[in-house]
Design a protein around this ligand. Structure first.
Ligand code: ATP
Length: 810
């Protein structure tokens, strides 16, 4: 029997066990669903069991592909197979059959080297197709073991994975995770872990595997889930399969611009506006804007039942001060402010009535005239109050009156309107709209913080739709304003009681509940409290974890992962730390790829305001995407950005030297474009749906290069200056901008290309890319997207940073 056959036998055994478990789970699930249950508690337990079994069934399904991918032979003779999930044999032995890749025992699979072999003699990679073992490949790690005793087979699993054609969907790298990556994946959960690394060093892949690891290893993370923040929706589409393929679903994927549920920004603004809105100064402006809406008046006069009552400014200010105590947000503090003001008013009203009565008793003529006047205005109210206070008015009697008058005050629309004016209920939307559209509000909120030009940048009409940079401001505003949940809580309590009543009826009608004399619920052997009944019934929220978490702005996650983190503004960082106040985050990015208006050039700057968070740094140094030849071509761009930047090391070299294709007025001189090795059977002919009426020589040249890449079977990305994306896409018959990456050819701006990769990349008109605000960074991003070939197509002279590239024959 060959080694391959032996492994096949073992893998067959694993799949047989999976099938057995699946059947078992399915049977138990069916049984659980059929169960009627003797008691209401049984019902509760049954439901929990159904949830558990469903989760297990899903995990077993996810493990189907690539169930087992590794094996460790230890010096003590032990053999461990490593895979996507842990498996044990049947009870009572429960022999370990397969080790979950995240278990501590599997770690040597990723980190053992001949120099530090962690007790491993041999590491074996298994490449499977469905349930069939296609290939095995061994590494000998204990050099003291006689070389003849183990057989090394196959090419490096890593190289095979890296050389594969891309599919437009990121795959997990659980089978070939490298040691420096594994260290990051398994790093402790506390504090912020910043991972800096050049293009293609696996930052995204590692961050996602870290999410899977933490969900497996850290109960606190599993309870609250993980938030993954990526740069664009296209990027999220690109990575969305990775965590499910690792069996993890407790994850919410989002972009900074979709962080606030219900807010869908329609566009970006000028860089200067985005920069200003992203600056931390806006937190202060917003805080002041909220303060300005709280009892801003000096004195007020409130009319109630025809009489005027005066509230001096100092009374209002003192009440406002007390309401704001303990950092209560505006809409919560409002309740306290209102209560105090209403009491003050009620005392005024009662006091006025009391004085009136005294005056009446003293028989002062002019005061009688006042009573007459009052009666004339509102006879019922005055007589009612006189009645209530009676003849023996004193402080006590007046105090009894106060709650009654408070209720009357609150029910009076004019008083309610005055109170609302003094301290309005505000939504984030209203606060920001009023601020940006009202010159006075903005000037007051930003005095000493912003100058006139900056204020002008923020001005907009009341009805303008939200833009990307408004999102963290709306989040900040939501935090400052808070939600007064007292009414909702009261509603919830009513609903809870209603649920308990309903659950009781259901149980009674199913003969599961016997009512005892005192009204307590007694079921066969089990007592169920009202609370439990209500909870049991209320748990009808069948949304998935991700749906619930994503819908709740204030959801606190167990861990937050931020990709392309160098792009985030200070205001976005504040919004993210709110989603994980404990500051448990993995922040990955590359400061040399920083290109947006709010991007930072150092992690210290980005995280400085969050000094309470413990920050650790890690670095990834080897690029697994970018071949050496491509990195060499991009190196002058990196050096122009930062002469001291270390060039990422490359895991492989392809022999395909990137070329530039100059385009004259007439376009490429011939139909043939030599941009690297042609497909084996390719003759270099253009095989792309080129629009013959393509408007100019550049689109024609790009189309020619793309055609050649497609002929090689390469999934191709064209990265072009933003202003040319539509034109080039039209010429190529492709869809422009963020689109389905599974298409053969995609045309993107450098910003849209962030984090993505393609077999072949065509960079169009680099001089225009360089003309953007952070053009060098954009060009560096664009040039480092290919896994295989890079071609730069340009009109005119090449930019200096690309002049070194050899010219492709045209
Ligand atoms: N250990 C590995 N085994 C196999 N493939 C890997 C490994 N590490 C990274 N890769 C692959 O390298 C490519 C680049 O990875 P990834 O996108 O995570 O890099 P990145 O550092 O986020 O890049 P960028 O900064 O350009 O966004 C991906 O195709 C990824 O699957």
């Amino acid at each position: 029997m060959t080694e391959l056959e032996r492994e096949q036998e073992y893998v067959d055994r694993l799949y047989a066990r999976v099938d057995e478990l699946r059947a078992q789970v399915a049977e138990e699930l069916a049984g659980a669903l059929r169960e009627r249950g003797a008691s209401a508690r049984d019902l509760v337990e049954r439901e929990a069991r159904v949830d558990r079994l469903t989760e297990r069934a899903v995990a077993l399904d996810h493990a189907e592909n690539g169930l087992c991918f590794g094996r460790l032979d230890l010096a003590d003779g032990q053999v461990r197979h490593v895979g996507r999930t842990g498996l044990r044999g049947p009870a009572p032995e429960r022999t370990p059959l397969l080790l979950d890749w995240r278990a501590p025992g599997a770690r040597p699979f990723y980190v053992a080297t001949p120099a530090d072999n962690h007790g491993v003699v041999r590491r074996r990679h298994l490449r499977t197709e469905g349930r069939r073992v296609e290939r095995i490949e061994d590494e000998l790690l204990d050099l003291d073991v006689a070389p003849g005793s183990v057989q090394l087979q196959g090419e490096g699993a890593l190289m095979a994975a890296l050389a594969e054609h891309r599919t437009g969907r990121m795959k997990d790298i659980v089978t070939t995770l490298q040691a420096e990556q594994d260290e990051i994946v398994r790093a402790g959960v506390d504090g912020v872990l910043v991972v800096q690394g050049g293009p293609g060093t696996g930052k995204t892949a590692v961050a996602l595997h870290r999410a899977a690891y933490l969900l497996y290893a850290q109960p606190s993370v599993a309870r609250r889930g993980v938030l993954v923040v990526g740069p664009t929706p296209t990027f999220l589409d690109y990575i969305e399969q990775v965590l499910p393929s690792l069996g993890e679903t407790q994850v919410v994927l989002t972009t900074p611009e979709h962080l606030v549920p219900g807010v869908i920004p329609v566009r970006r603004e000028e860089p200067a506006v985005e920069r200003l809105k992203g600056d931390v100064v806006m937190a202060e402006v917003l805080a002041r804007a909220v303060l300005a809406r709280q009892a801003a008046a000096d004195d007020v006069t409130i009319t109630f039942e025809g009489d005027e009552y005066h509230l001096p400014g100092h009374v209002l200010q003192a009440a406002a001060e007390r309401a704001r105590r303990a950092g209560r947000p505006h809409n919560v503090a409002r309740r306290h402010f209102r209560a105090e003001i209403v009491t003050a008013l009620a005392l005024e009203v009662v006091g006025a009535g009391f004085r009136l009565m005294q005056d009446v008793e003293e028989g002062l003529e002019d005061e009688l005239a006042a009573v007459d006047a009052s009666l004339a205005k509102n006879p019922d109210a005055v007589l009612a109050r006189v009645d209530a206070v009676g003849t023996q008015i004193d402080g006590l009697a007046a105090a009894h009156e106060v709650p009654h008058v408070e209720r009357e005050l609150l029910a009076d629309p004019a008083v309610a309107a005055e109170l609302e004016e003094l301290w309005p209920t505000l939504t984030p939307d209203a606060l920001l709209r009023d601020l940006f559209a009202g010159p006075q509000l903005l000037t007051a909120a930003s005095a000493g913080l912003l100058d006139v030009d900056e204020r002008n940048l923020l001005r907009r009409d009341l009805g303008t739709e939200w833009c990307v940079a408004d999102v963290p401001l709306l989040d900040e505003a939501a935090e400052l304003l808070g939600v007064d949940e007292s009414a909702a809580r009261a509603r919830e309590e009513r609903r809870r009681r209603e649920n308990a009543r309903f659950a009781r009826q259901v149980l009674r009608s199913n003969d599961l509940l016997v009512e005892e004399g005192d009204g307590d619920a007694v079921s066969a052997g089990a007592l169920l409290s009202d609370d439990e009944l209500a909870r049991r019934h209320a748990e009808t929220d069948r949304r998935s974890f991700a749906e619930r978490a994503a819908a709740e702005r204030t959801w606190v996650y167990g861990h937050v992962i931020v990709d392309e983190a160098q792009e985030l503004s200070a205001m976005t960082w504040r919004a993210l730390f709110r989603r994980c106040p404990a500051g448990s985050m993995t922040v990955v990015g590359d400061v040399h790829q920083a290109s947006g208006p709010t991007a930072v050039e150092s992690w210290e700057v980005a995280l400085a305001p969050h000094t309470s968070a413990r920050v650790r740094r890690a670095e990834l140094t080897v690029s697994y995407r970018t071949p050496q030849e491509v990195m060499d071509a991009a190196l002058p761009v990196l050096r122009a950005l930062d002469p001291a930047a270390p060039a990422p090391l490359c895991a492989r070299s392809t022999g395909a030297v990137p070329v530039r294709v100059p385009v004259g007025e007439e376009g490429p001189a011939a139909e043939h474009v030599d941009d690297g090795p042609a497909a084996e059977d390719g003759d270099g002919d253009v095989d792309v749906d080129v629009d013959d009426a393509a408007p100019g020589p550049l689109p024609r040249a790009v189309a020619a290069v793309v055609g050649r890449a497609l002929a090689r079977g390469d999934r191709t990305g064209v990265v072009a200056p933003e202003g040319r994306v539509a034109e080039l896409a039209a010429a190529l018959g492709a869809r422009a901008g963020a689109t389905d990456l599974r298409a053969d050819v995609v045309v993107l701006s450098p910003a849209e290309a962030k984090g993505l990769e393609f077999d072949a990349v065509v960079v169009a008109e680099p001089a225009e890319i360089l003309a953007a605000e952070r053009g060098l960074n954009d060009l560096y991003v664009a040039m480092t997207r290919p896994t295989s070939t890079l071609t730069v197509v340009h009109t005119g002279e090449p930019p200096a940073v690309l002049a070194h590239m050899p010219v492709g024959s045209v």
